[in-house]
Design a protein around this ligand. Structure first.
Ligand code: PLP
Length: 384
């Protein structure tokens, strides 16, 4: 292809199609920018914009207040001794795995673990041992399963796992396993534990020390109203020295962070949203109440919510045998639901899904949730 003017025409500024819609996409509800973050995005959009006053260590920059954030507010928020900003939850997880485990070691993780935990472990050249969940409809992770998996690892390899990981909540059913119990079981075997909080840090109160976990990973673009890619990593106790070890040659550069991470608008949007993010986690009880209320509304219409009941998180997975049944008969087939919702300005259930889908009620509010439930009612009645 030649890069002539005609071929370049389709690039440049591109308007975003899905704007101003009611959003229930689990990936997106917690990542919508606050007004301050939206302003920060433009203000700090230039490359390396935060580096004017950098003395060589990103997280020690005083103006803008990156140091106050990374070494003051953020560890307080996460309940950890040391925190850093990374490029995402997956980068946080990889940094931990790559630091505390050696090639060929085993990592134990819940059977509901996100693919990014799996590929992070593979990149760190680790063996993966899964703790199975129960089957439909609960998908429950029994804390004792961690003890079993650790003992199996020891008997199969002669060595304890280097690390355990729990997804909190998991990204499919929104189940919050008993992290405290799991952490204490892992510690009985001296196995450190990493909590993957991509769907929790920034939405609900999570405190690593209170839960007794050694590491915590969060996602800025998933749950902290930030423009990604950006994540957070918190570390407790002596593990901080290991994970944040410095280069022997470039003495102030941390190896796992490749010396420096979020260095423009991404971190400034996280800082921009932070006051509101802290405040919204205090409103979590209302978010859970909204999720339960909405789940009840959809169940009245014949849908079935999987996972924990009553539910404890805004991320929910539904089975919809009636919507599936309709999709087998209508002209638009399995796209009918997406199209009907879109016609009502509702965005976030993947196009083509009818039988199983997940959604999030986070920050949507009772009024919009009520409108969405009524819309499902209308759609079902229209076709039945
Ligand atoms: C979205 C998600 C991730 C990935 O987060 P990134 O910040 O994009 O790396 C990890 N784990 C779970 C459970 C997720 O839902």
């Amino acid at each position: 292809m030649t890069l002539d003017d005609a071929s370049l025409e389709k690039f440049g500024f591109i308007e975003r199609p899905a704007k101003g819609l009611i959003n229930i996409d689990p990936l997106q509800t917690g990542g919508i920018l606050t007004e301050d973050a939206r302003r920060a995005l433009v203000e700090w959009g230039d490359g390396y914009s935060v580096c004017d006053n950098c003395g060589g260590v990103l997280d020690l920059i005083k103006k803008p207040p990156v140091q106050d954030f990374v070494h003051g507010a953020l560890p307080e928020f996460l309940g950890v001794d040391e925190a850093r900003v990374t490029h995402g939850a997956r980068e946080s997880k990889f940094a931990v795995m790559h630091s505390v485990a050696q090639e060929g070691d085993t990592i134990v993780m819940d059977g509901l673990a996100h693919y990014s935990s799996v590929v992070a472990a593979q990149r760190a050249r680790l063996e993966i041992k899964k703790v199975p969940s129960t089957e439909r409809p609960d998908y429950y992770i029994d804390p004792e399963g961690y003890g079993t998996a650790i003992e199996e690892t020891i008997s199969e390899t002669g060595k304890a796992p280097a690390l355990a990981l729990l997804t909190y909540p998991d990204g499919n059913y929104g189940n919050l396993a008993d992290a405290k119990k799991i952490a204490s079981i892992c510690h009985e075997y001296d196995v450190p534990i990493l909590l993957n909080c991509a769907y929790s840090v920034g939405r609900m109160p999570v405190n690593a020390k209170e839960l007794g976990v050694d590491f915590i990973a969060g996602s800025g673009h998933k749950s902290m109203a930030s423009c990604g890619p950006i994540g957070v990593l918190g570390v407790n106790g002596d593990y901080a020295e290991e994970v944040f070890r410095k280069s022997p040659t470039n003495k102030n550069k941390e190896i796992e962070l490749l010396g420096c991470t979020a260095r423009s608008a991404t971190i400034m949007t996280m800082i921009g949203s932070f006051p509101e993010v802290v405040r919204r986690t205090r409103n979590w009880d209302n978010e859970v109440a909204d999720a339960r209320w909405f789940s009840g509304k959809l169940e009245d219409l014949g849908l079935i919510q999987m996972g924990e009941r009553p539910h404890n998180h805004d991320l929910m997975f539904f089975e919809a045998p009636n919507l599936y049944e309709i999709s087998t008969k209508v002209k638009k087939g399995r796209y009918f639901l997406y199209k009907e919702l879109k016609a009502r300005n509702i965005h976030g259930i993947k196009a083509g899904l009818t039988k199983y889908f997940k959604l999030s009620t986070f920050g949507v509010g009772r009024e919009n949730l009520s409108f969405i439930a009524d819309s499902f009612d209308e759609i079902i009645q229209k076709y039945e």
